[in-house]
Design a protein around this ligand. Sequence first.
Ligand code: SF4
Length: 323
Amino acid sequence: MISELQMTEDPVVSRKEAIEILNTPDDSLDELVASAEKLRRKYKGNHVSIHILTNARSGNCSQDCAYCAQSCRSEAEIDKYKWVSDEKLYQDNAFVKEYHLSRHCIGLSGMEFTDEEIEDLAKRIRIMKETCAHLCCSIGFLTEKQAKILKDAGLDRINHNLNSSRAFYRNICTTHTFEQRIENIRMLQRLGFEICSGGIIGMGESKEDVVDMLLELREIQPEALPINFLLPIPGTPLGDADISSLTTSYCMKVLCLARLLVPKADIRCAAGREVYFKGEEKQLLKVVDSIFASGYLTADGQGIKDTIQVITDAGFTYEIESI
Ligand code: SF4
């Protein structure tokens, strides 16, 4: 089926074709990867963006996202704090510059913020922008006023994931809606932010849900599209989730589909990379052009030196010019 897609132009994949792509027989996976790789090379060349994540505000969230260790219904044992120390925040920022990495991502738990909290964040963004060119904040619902404060401080990009399909969303969260997420992203786009938005695979959703989420993302056209593969966290409602469907080949099909549907985006293999693609990084980087190093919000990951080694061993480059 993939060979039927017109690869001289970017493919226009229908919903039915997208579902077929997720059902690609494993013995045709190389062909699917080759189709995705053409687009990866066309738009991203040989480069892999490495991102470093700082959990700036951790735990005590009012929201009930089923996968999240920081949610109000999580009993997971995690560090909880309102602000990470400035020392840690600025150290991580300097680290991004020192290693010539692509972006410093700053995660904040919670969905609503006071104007004072946003001003505090803006103050720190101004300081960090002096050393690190590219920042992204993963932050809940902002008012327009708050978004403008962050824009004026120099914030380039905001992460706000869709997480799953519109139909499945109520199964993973009841305290806010999918539509609220879409509206927040649209407001941020109107203000000129770059958008990072993606989802989580392995929460019990169907293949149709995965396709529908990616089709919504095609409408949004985010600059970055992170795909997380569920790492069940004990103490969360998904702590015992059945992840047997998350085979390396299925995860690869999802990433290929993301590349085929939103070819110009940075397609990121985010949480789960070290588990579901262990030893398969060379194949993975043919499709994705963006990864995290040094861990996730509440899960450990691969350290920077090993991450760089994996990228260079696979024949890719990662460094960007520092400011
Ligand atoms: S994903 Fe974000 S909004 Fe949802 S519970 Fe976790 S920190 Fe809160």
